[in-house]
Design a protein around this ligand. Structure first.
Ligand SMILES: [Zn+2]
Length: 313
């Protein structure tokens, strides 16, 4: 189970370090005072980008505008976000200029799913795509609403990736089919909005989906920890997804997701493939011999990650 197949690195808490003033044009620089520094060192030549891939705005049932979502992402140290309103993609267009100005990678997406069952987050959708019957997809082809297989194929044909959000329904046939077809390529192991509900499991001091983590490893899915935020973002301790990308661009982020180069970061923990976490720790932690005497031997340990690590000796 979990302990069998993972390298679960427990960290105590995020050491969120606010940097100094940061000048930005052409957006309202006066409104931007600080950015939390969540920068990681490069890992095997890849950039480690901090992302949130499940966010709502006033375009669906959120209470914050899309531009404000970008500003929040900037302030709290995120590098990449996907705005995923229910059945709507228009937030992308209105947030794009703010994202470009602040250097935030913006992924076009939306949330949809099957009637009263699975919720699915679509990432990297083209501007031409028109979502149909969001959250009302039928499980049979003869219903009046869109058939889930038709919609998933159409989405996949655009080059987009689908992730299974807060997987409270388990692995039913539509999810198994989507994975077998290579359309569903990711899954949330942590969703902040569902908290302790929606069939989450108490694990490691929080509520999450440890069984989804096992599925991810068994089915070659990218793991995600997302906020699913609807109200204002007003603290820095939301879940995040680390993406190991060739460069800071939407295309590279999507390539990394397709290659499962992601790690879920929540509640002071990193959950991801063992090899990826090992490389991350190698890049973040250096150990050298500081001094040696006949009686004592001192090691100097340096942590370059924006989180506190607990060493077990
Ligand atoms: Zn959502």
């Amino acid at each position: 189970m979990l302990q069998r197949c993972v390298c679960l690195i427990v960290v105590l808490m995020c050491a969120l370090l606010a940097t100094g003033a940061f000048a930005v044009e052409p957006v309202a620089a006066a409104a931007i005072e600080t950015r939390v520094d969540l920068s990681f060192p490069e890992v095997d030549g890849l950039q480690v980008l901090v992302g949130d891939f499940h966010i709502h705005t006033v375009n669906s049932d959120g209470s914050v505008t899309s531009s404000k979502r970008v500003l929040e992402a900037y302030r709290y140290g995120f590098d990449v976000i996907a705005i995923t309103d229910h059945g709507k993609t228009r937030a992308y267009r209105s947030a794009r200029s703010m994202a470009d100005a602040l250097g935030i990678v913006l992924i076009q997406g939306f949330e949809t799913g099957l009637a009263k069952n699975e919720h699915l987050v679509v990432l990297g959708i083209s501007e031409d795509h028109q979502p149909r019957d969001a959250h009302r997809w039928a499980e049979t082809p003869d219903a009046s609403e869109a058939y889930y297989r038709d919609e998933l194929k159409t989405i996949s044909d655009t080059g987009a990736v689908v992730i299974y959000a807060h997987p409270h329904c388990g692995f039913r046939e539509p999810i198994e089919w989507g994975i077998a077809e290579g359309i569903i390529q990711g899954i949330e192991v942590k969703n902040d909005v569902v908290a302790s509900g929606w069939n989450t499991v108490a694990s490691h001091g929080t509520h999450c989906y440890p069984f989804a983590f096992d599925w991810a490893l068994e089915n070659n899915l990218a793991v995600f920890a997302n906020s699913d935020i609807h109200g204002p973002r007003n603290q820095a301790s939301y879940p995040a997804t680390l993406v190991f990308a060739q460069e800071r661009s939407a295309d590279s982020v999507m390539d990394a997701i397709r290659a499962c180069r992601t790690v879920a970061w929540f509640n002071g923990m990193l959950w991801g493939p063992e090899k990826l976490l090992g490389s991350l720790m190698d890049a973040c932690v250096t150990v050298r011999q500081a001094s040696v005497s006949a009686e004592e031997n001192y090691l100097a340990i340096r942590n370059r990650a924006p989180l506190s690590l607990k060493a077990v000796i």
